[in-house]
Write a protein that binds this ligand. Structure first.
Ligand code: RAM
Length: 516
């Protein structure tokens, strides 16, 4: 189906906002080895062998390998300056490069990987070099801290030394925009803030990517959290604006916005749709307007944003409760046991409230209907989803009790604040089995606690979760993290997890919005 005329205009606006990327050269620092340690995350730890500068003259031949550490997470392009040692090279050099955000990636062979996501995300290359000495710049962008180089072959007559190994980093974030935190903020929070900002910085490319290792694309749910973290830090408003117009430009024939989009070879909307992600377009627009007071964008994108809510409203049953045919109509979290109906209902109410706030400010005609629907859906949630005896919300046919349902109902403001407080207390007391498994879902836990007037407890939880990730070695925050199962992956193997993931960057938002 051909895009509508205004979709083309939206894409043109997005194109005009394409950022220039900032670059920096970062040299590898140390030669390391990865050794077994059952007390460390994934069972591995890094041991330094020596500074790279002292070891760079060492010559390597067939079967040799070494691993270097860049000292921190990098996103960019690799350059290798390779020199032959011995007789004139009488055969090409063939080598294998393996990149790791975590040291497990340069230790555990990728050939063992059997997860549900394509193994082609695992960062490795086999390269043949015909002419030596040579300076090779790899065309692909990588996301890594560690690099393993294995020499597959040279010849019996020569070996190679690596004179220089560096990364030309790329980001659309400008680190000089970051304001220092006030002295009252404690060191643990300062460290959490720093890692959050680094995470966001490394995900800020042509668009707000979800993860520079995987999936390297623009997801609407991730964008929503990146945008608010960006307002507290880099303040790159054009990048958010670009992403909003990109999504508006790829709505389908029903007007629904896909969960994610691709940029190359041309902008293409994906064929995955989640109710919550589509509706978050309204929340993104609301937040962008609150931050910039740009009235033009609201007028341009209101219709598209409102359509997302209309589409989900069509899925209500006669009792005004959202019913879905599959359990993946909304995303909510990567917990596959989670029943998503109650949380989806809450996201709908929350997004309608955002829509109402905009509609009232702009005198849009939809405000009357929104007002009525918010009341109807909130009442229906209390009538059919609230379990008075347990003091918790239930979800779906099985009346499942999960963390996510409670958290989202608090964010939606279905109950008054005093009751929300009680609900949060009951949640922590009863500790339901259907837990949160991503920093994305934990973001909503922290938000729900703050909205229930439990700021100190929220900070404690934030330290316990993101602080623990730092103790486990995070240079940038991870896509998945389950403190009681640190190898957790919904994809079947933690090697494919993304260890610099946008949706985990929001502690900087909480710290800079609520603590300074
Ligand atoms: C993960 C992606 C992205 C998220 C989707 C739903 O696979 O990396 O962050 O939005 O799931």
């Amino acid at each position: 189906m051909m895009p509508k005329q205004n979709q083309k205009e939206f894409l043109d606006i997005a194109q005009s906002l394409k950022p220039t990327l900032n670059q920096e050269i970062v040299y590898c620092k140390d030669v390391i080895k990865v050794i077994n340690d059952k007390n460390e995350i994934h069972g591995w730890k890094v041991e330094k062998i020596g500074s790279y500068n002292l070891l760079k003259d060492k010559a390597y031949g067939k079967g040799d390998n070494f691993t270097v550490d860049f000292g921190n997470h990098q996103v960019g392009y690799l350059t290798l300056k390779i020199i032959p040692v011995g007789s004139p090279p009488d055969a090409p050099l063939r080598m294998k490069l393996t990149f790791g955000e975590m040291c497990c990636e340069v230790k555990e062979p990728f050939s063992n990987y059997e997860g549900i996501i394509s193994s082609s995300w695992l960062q490795e290359e086999i390269i043949t070099v015909d002419i030596l000495p040579s300076e090779i710049k790899l065309p692909r962008r990588y996301s890594f801290r560690y690099l393993k180089i294995e020499i597959i072959d040279t010849s019996t007559k020569y070996q190679v030394a690596f004179d220089n190994i560096y990364c030309t980093t790329a980001t659309s974030a400008d680190i000089s925009k970051i304001k220092p935190l006030s002295l009252e903020i404690d060191d643990e929070l300062k460290q959490i803030d720093k890692v959050s900002i680094k995470t966001l910085q490394d995900c800020m490319q042509d668009v707000f990517e979800d993860g520079p290792k995987r999936d390297r694309r623009l997801w609407l749910g991730d964008l929503r959290l990146q945008a608010i973290a960006n307002y507290s830090s880099f303040k790159n408003y054009d990048l958010v604006k670009r992403c909003l117009y990109l999504f508006a430009g790829v709505q389908n024939e029903k007007g629904q916005i896909p969960a994610c989009l691709f940029l190359e070879p041309t902008v293409i909307g994906d064929d995955t749709f989640f109710w919550d992600y589509s509706m978050f377009f309204m929340d993104c627009l609301y937040n962008y307007y609150e931050e910039t007071k740009d009235t033009l964008i609201v007028k341009d994108l209101w219709e598209t944003a409102y359509r997302q809510i209309e589409i989900v409203l069509e899925k209500l049953d006669d009792n005004n409760i959202l019913k879905s045919d599959t359990n993946f109509s909304s995303f909510i979290d990567w917990n596959m046991e989670l029943d998503r109906e109650a949380a989806s209902q809450a996201v709908l109410i929350y997004c309608m409230k955002r829509a109402l706030a905009l509609a009232e400010q702009f005198s849009f005609s939809e405000s009357k209907l929104l007002n009525e629907k918010i009341i109807e859906l909130s009442n229906a949630s209390l009538k059919y989803l609230w379990d008075e005896e347990q003091g918790l919300f239930v979800s779906g046919e099985t009346k499942q009790i999960s963390w996510a349902s409670q958290i989202w109902m608090v964010i939606a403001g279905v109950l008054p604040i005093e009751k929300n407080k009680q609900l949060m207390d009951t949640l922590f007391e009863k500790q339901p089995n259907i837990k949160l498994v991503t920093p994305y879902a934990y973001h909503h836990l922290i938000e729900a606690l703050i909205l229930s007037d439990k700021k100190d407890f929220a900070i404690k939880q934030m330290k316990a979760y993101w602080g623990e990730m730092i103790k486990d070695g995070a240079d940038t925050f991870w896509e998945l993290y389950k403190p009681d199962d640190k190898k957790f992956s919904p994809y079947g193997n933690n090697l494919i997890n993304s260890y610099c993931h946008a949706w985990s960057c929001t502690p900087t938002y909480f710290i800079r919005k609520y603590l300074i």
